[in-house]
Design a protein around this ligand. Structure first.
Ligand code: MG
Length: 364
């Protein structure tokens, strides 16, 4: 099974409501979709959204890396020697993790189809039960409490709240309003997206602890590069702290794990450069007894299907942040994962199980 062709398409799908974090506001989901065809007729899919403020990757850079750098390197390569293929992919350019992830997904889709297994089983087959959280976008406390209540009513039991963009007091008012409205049953996890300094984070999280807001975990309180600050926050709060933007690669994970700088790690295919590196991060964290979440960028169901199959394959992945496709006004693909409220079904088709990409969303 050799790689015969690698094609890319740019797609754009509107979100039904804007997605707001400390770093950005998104109203349209844009992505580069990869279609990888093998000489035996097997076709694999992948995708990469541009997330300039996190990975540095833009639509033109993703497209260029795939078509002008990776494609010439990979055409004709046999997927029977996949370690060699991934070595070529990673060595052909530094960075460009999103572009690498899109190609990596498509390669895994093909290999698992050839092995006649769903990708989750091919990668390890640990779990079938995946439950996503749902993100409450940043608005007034009253609006956020209304949204939170609606999501709980719609079957979600884990809410993710973005903080770190405004004053700490404002964030606390928002969480108080949500907790008051939904009661004690649902989990609330916070994501500061690098919005605080270390001491500010300790003060904010300490205040939330004092108020009994019962926060499950706080993601990335400080700047991505500030590993010492991350460690300071982890050591000076009772609430579990999760590294997200601080951990792209297995090398980053090694540093955070060795220092004990975080209690948990959020793995994303777009940061890691795909499933191959994501598996290495999960395995490394497992050695340290560290649990992981698998999250995503604003991706369509192609990327989330790949991420969900990876997440279900690993024993120490037990938190899932896969709500992005639920924010899209329409679905891009036939096949892949299906949502039943917060539960995600992987299905039993081979590979990623994608039948067809809806070409209505392709941008010329
Ligand atoms: Mg995050």
């Amino acid at each position: 099974m050799n790689i015969q062709n690698i094609e890319t398409f740019q797609i754009a799908i509107p979100l039904h409501t804007p997605f707001k974090t400390a770093l950005r506001t998104v109203t349209v989901a844009e992505s580069i979709v990869v279609k990888l065809t093998c000489d035996n007729g097997v076709v694999g899919y992948g995708e990469a959204p541009p997330t300039h403020v996190i990975t540095g990757d833009s639509l033109p850079s993703i497209n260029y890396a795939i078509t002008k750098i990776f494609k010439p390197q990979l055409l004709g390569e046999s997927l029977r020697n996949r370690e060699q293929v991934f070595e070529k992919l990673y060595k052909s350019a530094v960075g460009n993790t999103s572009a690498k992830a899109a190609v990596d997904m498509a390669i895994y889709d093909c290999i698992a189809q050839q092995a006649r297994m769903p990708l989750s089983e091919f990668l390890g087959g640990y779990s079938n039960a995946i439950e996503t959280d749902y993100t409450v976008s940043v608005n007034s406390p009253e609006e956020m409490a209304d949204d939170a209540q609606r999501y709980i009513h719609n079957g979600f039991s884990v809410l993710k709240v973005k903080v770190g963009k405004d004053k700490i007091a404002t964030d606390i008012e928002r969480i108080k309003a949500i907790r008051k409205r939904i009661g004690s049953n649902a989990l609330i996890r916070l994501d500061a997206n690098q919005g605080w300094h270390a001491k500010e984070a300790v003060r904010a999280i300490g205040k939330m602890e004092e108020l009994g807001l019962d926060i499950e975990l706080v993601e990335q309180p400080v700047k991505a590069y500030d590993i010492e600050g991350l460690k300071y926050v982890t050591e000076n709060t009772e609430t579990p702290i999760m590294a997200d933007e601080s951990v792209f690669s297995a090398y980053d994970a090694k540093r955070v794990l060795e220092l004990g700088a975080a209690d948990l790690i959020n793995i994303k295919l777009m940061k890691a450069g795909g499933i191959h590196e994501a598996v290495r991060i999960a395995k490394l964290a497992h050695i340290y007894g560290v649990e992981c979440m698998v999250g995503s960028m604003i991706e369509t169901k192609i990327g989330i299907t790949a991420a969900a199959h990876f997440a279900a394959s690993q024993p120490n992945v037990n938190r899932y942040d896969f709500d992005a496709p639920l924010m899209l006004a329409e679905d891009l693909i036939e096949g892949g994962i299906t949502y039943n409220e917060s539960d995600i079904e992987l299905g039993n088709r081979t590979g990623l199980g994608i039948n067809k990409v809806n070409d209505r969303f392709i941008v010329e």
